[in-house]
Design a protein around this ligand. Structure first.
Ligand code: ATP
Ligand code: MG
Length: 445
């Protein structure tokens, strides 16, 4: 087995080796190289202490020096170099995290989560694979290094990581590993929400976001996203649907491109359906009001999972409007764009398509051609440069002050009123027409 190491990684390994230490590329980069995927970053493990590492290179940062990690800067790239260590790391109320360094590579590999992540490589020793990571890569399985119970008891986040890697690599979780997650899933509640969020985002942005099903099946979502569990058990007895809410959500996730806001939107767009379900006299289910209620719940969820405000704002807006269907008349579409907010476009069309394609074939063609028509009109309105926002109005607050109107609610209402007029009659968006409009209206009062 030979792996083509990037020249800078080779340089770092050579420098450490020439100084009398051992050094290997390790973990994700070895796994990805063997799979023919391009590694996100190259991590290096070494017998040298952090202090010794720092001595050998010009530029370094003490990233996590207490855990043995130093970042080496070579040109514009950076590489994490970590000293061999044992999993002596623990945390309780009295003791700080403790790290025990070791002189033995194998000890370092033993502390790693999964066999496919516990391989090391350098050009003199070749591949060091003591847990048959290669065998598991071939089988396509995620398996714990050593005893799954112990590994998950040491760090419950590894349970989320197992599914995340399954989603990224298109692998399955080996039976004993999977069973142990089902048993210990509750321990995930001890993990900080930031770490859970990071794994969730990686899973959602992977090739297999539908692995959220596994997150549900093995009992992890009930810890950090119980709303998803409810979706997984809510049927949709309605001709437009062929899946329950959860399965529809999984299909919608697969239908949209890998973008954090879009994937989170699809995950949460129907989150309120379990709460909004009503049955009509024919026994058909309806979910009136679910987009608005869903936006509220999505906001609570995203805040609880500590997403940034920009993500929360964009996702909640898209959830709110995912079912909004203006009639395909120009003024109605302009009003819709104003109502929804220009910044939600063109993503809203992607959301609508992904949602539609995750439903039954019933009236699908009509729905898709409606979306295409909507998008065409939106594009046309943009091309014509028609006014859609207060900012684009040919008259502004300063002009109104000159006309003797006081800033405040009255002015706000007046501007909004003018915008509504212009949405109806775009050709009226000139200073002259709008100021005349104000004058006539004021005379009428
Ligand atoms: P990627 O960078 O694509 O997310 P990766 O495998 O490099 O994947 P990282 O989180 O960067 O994952 O971790 C680097 C390596 O450190 C892993 O391959 C694994 O060997 C080890 N590792 C990381 N987190 C843990 C953990 N929670 N428990 C045990 N080992 C871990
Ligand atoms: Mg990595």
């Amino acid at each position: 087995m030979t792996i083509q190491l990037p020249s800078k990684v080779k340089f770092i390994i050579d420098t450490l080796t020439e100084a009398g230490y051992e050094a290997y590329a390790v973990g994700g980069c070895v796994r990805d190289s063997i799979l023919g995927r391009s590694p996100e970053d190259w991590d290096i493990t070494t017998s040298a202490s952090p202090y010794q590492v720092k001595q050998l290179f010009h530029k370094s940062i003490d990233t996590g020096i207490q855990h043995g990690t130093v970042t080496i800067i070579e040109g514009k790239e950076s590489f994490e170099v970590t000293t061999y260590r044992l999993d002596g790391e623990y945390e309780d109320k009295r003791h700080p995290k403790e790290v025990i360094f070791t002189a033995n590579l194998i000890e370092d590999l033993k502390r790693r989560d999964f066999t496919i992540n516990a391989m090391a490589y350098n050009e003199t020793q070749g591949l060091v694979d003591v847990f048959d990571g290669i065998g598991d890569l071939k089988k396509g399985q995620i398996r714990c290094v050593g005893n799954p119970r112990e590994r998950f008891m040491e760090d419950a986040l590894r349970m989320m990581r197992a599914v995340r890697f399954a989603a990224q690599l298109g692998f399955y979780i080996e039976e004993n590993t999977r069973e142990m997650i089902s048993i210990l899933a509750n321990n995930l509640s001890e993990i900080s929400v930031e770490r859970i969020q990071a794994e969730l985002v990686k899973l959602l942005l992977s090739d297999h976001p539908e692995e959220m099903r596994t997150v549900y099946e093995i009992g992890l979502s009930k810890i950090f996203l119980p709303e998803f569990d409810r979706m997984m058990v809510t049927p949709q007895n309605n001709p437009f649907h062929c899946y329950n809410v959860g399965e529809h959500t999984l299909a919608a996730l697969q239908n949209i491109r890998k973008d954090k806001v879009l994937r989170l939107t699809m995950l949460l767009h129907d989150v309120a359906k379990p709460l909004c379900k009503v049955t009509d006299e024919k026994g058909i289910y309806h979910f009136y009001g679910h987009p608005i209620k869903g936006a509220q719940i999505a906001k609570e969820i995203l805040q609880r999972l500590k997403f940034d405000n920009d993500t929360i704002t964009r996702v909640t807006a898209l959830v709110t409007w995912h079912d909004d269907m203006p009639p395909l008349k120009k003024a109605a579409v302009r009003r819709a764009i104003h109502r929804v907010g220009l910044e939600q476009y063109p993503e809203l069309f992607e959301v609508k398509r992904a949602d539609t394609l995750a439903k039954s074939l019933y009236k699908r063609e009509e729905k898709l051609s409606y979306i295409a028509g909507y998008e065409q009109m939106y594009q046309d309105i943009l091309n014509k440069g028609q006014c859609l926002t207060l900012k684009q109005l040919a008259i502004n607050g300063k002009d109104l002050i000159k006309m003797g109107i006081k800033p405040g609610k009255e002015m706000g209402d007046l501007l909004e009123h003018l915008l509504e007029h212009v949405l109806e009659y775009p050709e009226d968006n000139t200073y002259k027409i709008l100021s005349n409009l104000i004058k006539t209206e004021r005379k009428l009062e």
